[in-house]
Write a protein that binds this ligand. Structure first.
Ligand SMILES: *[C@@H]1O[C@H](CO)[C@@H](O)[C@H](O)[C@H]1NC(C)=O
Ligand SMILES: *[C@@H]1O[C@H](CO)[C@@H](O)[C@H](O)[C@H]1NC(C)=O
Ligand SMILES: *[C@@H]1O[C@H](CO)[C@@H](O)[C@H](O)[C@H]1NC(C)=O
Ligand SMILES: *[C@@H]1O[C@H](CO)[C@@H](O)[C@H](O)[C@H]1NC(C)=O
Ligand SMILES: *[C@@H]1O[C@H](CO)[C@@H](O)[C@H](O)[C@H]1NC(C)=O
Ligand SMILES: *[C@@H]1O[C@H](CO)[C@@H](O)[C@H](O)[C@H]1NC(C)=O
Ligand SMILES: *[C@@H]1O[C@H](CO)[C@@H](O)[C@H](O)[C@H]1NC(C)=O
Ligand SMILES: *[C@@H]1O[C@H](CO)[C@@H](O)[C@H](O)[C@H]1NC(C)=O
Ligand SMILES: *[C@@H]1O[C@H](CO)[C@@H](O)[C@H](O)[C@H]1NC(C)=O
Ligand SMILES: *[C@@H]1O[C@H](CO)[C@@H](O)[C@H](O)[C@H]1NC(C)=O
Length: 456
């Protein structure tokens, strides 16, 4: 499949939106992570046997109906990772996004819009289903609220909000607030019907007005996203969710629109996958908002959590002793494909490919490090909390499909942060990083645990 287009590249560069409210900032002493109570395998055709068999073994352990698993899949050349989410008894594949907070599914009968707001056929939006049918749910309750979501890659969705039962991998929450937008500017993958947002309540996008066009900062209404409700209602013993995203093979990433079994989403503990050293638990970096609404990393007691932002002390390239610029403004974002690191780091990394990756205007205004698909990639090192995590060179050659002349185009998995759609200088460790670690998020205590995975 050739999907080299500005849109496919923008999907790789996906990201979050923002707003604000307080979140308690307390750090607790850490204990070893418990195994997950609920797990959602992420699906695939190829060598993912280890995580799959571990997941199934775990299911056996829990026994007696205690083990809940569903499947997570890769779509669009494994640039997006989706899992099966049930809303009011209806099943949808939603994009797993640790970089945003709203969990929504498109509503049946929605209007698909072009960039300039004109109505286009529903198929243009590329959703994977006809959408959530309010009449098909016996548990759905309407509200007078509305949703106005905007994503870093340009997507925007708007419409009503309701309450319904949401279930993922056997973890079920009743009367969860769920946006069901009826208008979308969206470039779907033909599989997903919306987003599963796992970040903080501060960056939810619901407003106390029946018309999303009247959304303002004054009527912005914060709510608890799915996982926060589950914790509040003590549906999980421990306030963890854990994400493992496997890499597909080069062939899958080049050509596949759908790959089953590409990892695990787990609730209540760490995903059951093979891990090695190192492992580190670090605090989530909070932000302070100044009078003009700008946010800066802050350790002050009134700091708020927006995303899963960590302090990357510095970066390195295997075989070189040089330490490259880090940043404590770095988000762990499963909804973004590529890493977005400081420009000097991206440049040093590009130079270490053989042959080197070259900064290129792929299309007007879209400058990326392009690399020979057959190049030898360097091993990238990420230093967090005094530990060094390694990114497999396989993840650094990302196929985008063929250009008009039929030449395969690949880009570096690690790009310069300021070169992309990147508000406030926020940097991102995306799926390229996630392929090498299992990340266990504890949003309640403000910590994340990063564990290196065994090579696969
Ligand atoms: C979700 O899982 C249900 C139950 O196993 C299945 O019937 C449905 O087809 C799945 N839906 C999606 C979108 O994967
Ligand atoms: C749901 O039912 C209402 C009232 O019967 C109807 O107006 C609406 O079109 C239905 N919605 C869908 C998506 O079928
Ligand atoms: C929405 O507002 C109308 C008018 O104020 C009211 O009658 C209705 O009960 C409200 N609906 C919900 C679900 O709150
Ligand atoms: C929403 O706004 C209405 C007034 O328009 C107010 O009565 C209501 O309390 C608000 N709801 C919430 C949850 O703030
Ligand atoms: C939205 O705002 C417009 C203009 O300010 C106003 O006329 C309209 O009544 C508002 N609609 C709702 C649903 O609040
Ligand atoms: C992808 O598919 C095209 C067309 O079938 C084929 O030429 C190409 O070799 C495939 N790429 C890989 C990496 O398998
Ligand atoms: C707010 O923060 C931004 C970014 O750090 C800075 O440029 C601006 O001057 C600050 N404004 C005020 C009023 O402090
Ligand atoms: C990291 O954040 C703190 C506030 O939490 C700030 O004072 C410091 O300058 C930041 N350090 C770097 C390297 O960005
Ligand atoms: C890409 O295009 C921009 C705007 O035309 C230009 O400033 C920049 O130098 C170009 N970058 C490269 C690597 O050619
Ligand atoms: C990469 O190598 C394969 C053979 O191993 C060759 O068929 C292909 O054309 C090469 N691709 C590039 C972009 O050089």
């Amino acid at each position: 499949m050739n999907f080299l287009s500005v849109l496919s590249v923008l999907l790789l560069l996906g990201a979050a939106n923002a707003t604000a409210l307080e979140h308690p900032r307390t750090l607790i002493p850490r204990a070893p992570l418990p195994p997950a109570e609920f797990s959602v395998p992420i699906t695939g055709k190829v060598p993912r046997r280890k995580s799959k068999s571990n997941a199934l073994a775990r299911r056996g352990h829990l026994g007696g109906g205690g083990g809940y698993t569903s499947i997570v899949d890769g779509t669009l050349g494994d640039n997006e990772f989706v899992t099966n989410v049930t809303i009011g008894g209806q099943h949808f594949s939603l994009i797993i996004d640790t970089g945003s907070s709203d969990t929504w599914a498109i509503q049946k009968g929605f209007q698909c819009l072009s960039a300039d707001g004109t109505r286009v056929p529903q198929s243009t939006c590329g959703f994977g289903s006809s959408g959530f049918d309010v009449n098909g749910s016996t548990t759905f309750q309407p509200s007078n609220l509305s949703f106005l979501g905007a994503y870093g890659n340009g997507w925007s969705v708007a419409g009503p909000v309701g309450y319904d039962t949401v279930a993922i991998g056997g973890l079920s929450v009743e009367h969860q607030l769920v946006p069901i937008p009826n208008a979308a500017y969206y470039t779907g993958d033909g599989v997903n019907s919306g987003v599963l947002g796992l970040a903080f309540p501060t960056v939810t996008s619901v407003y106390n007005t029946t018309d999303p066009a009247n959304a303002t900062t004054e009527n912005h209404l914060l709510y608890n996203p799915f996982f926060f409700t589950a914790v509040k209602e003590k549906k999980v013993k421990h306030p963890y969710f854990s994400l493992t995203l496997d890499r597909g093979t080069f062939q899958q990433r080049e050509n596949d629109t759908f790959d089953a079994n590409l990892g695990l989403l787990s609730f209540g503990g760490i995903s059951p996958v093979a891990v090695v050293e190192p492992c580190v638990t670090v605090p989530i970096q909070g932000y302070s908002t100044n009078s003009t609404g700008s946010i800066t990393p802050s350790d002050s007691p009134d700091a708020q959590y927006f995303w899963y932002t960590v302090d990357v002390a510095n970066y390195g390239i295997a075989g070189s002793a040089e330490l490259l610029t880090g940043s404590n403004n770095t988000i762990l974002d499963s909804g973004t494909g590529l890493n977005n690191v400081p420009p000097d780091v991206a440049a040093a990394f590009a130079a270490a490919f053989n042959p080197p990756a070259v900064l290129t205007n792929l299309t007007a205004g879209l400058e990326l490090y392009v690399v020979d698909c057959n190049a030898t990639a360097p091993e990238f090192l990420v230093h967090i909390g005094g530990k060094t995590f390694s990114i497999d060179p396989q993840d650094q050659i990302v196929p985008l499909g063929a250009d008009a002349q039929g030449n395969e185009i690949c880009v570096s998995g690690t790009q310069g942060g300021t070169l992309t759609n990147n508000p406030n200088g926020i940097l991102i460790l995306g799926d390229v990083f996630f392929h090498n670690v299992v990340i266990t998020f504890n949003p309640i205590d403000g910590e994340v645990t990063i564990t290196q995975r065994a090579k696969y």
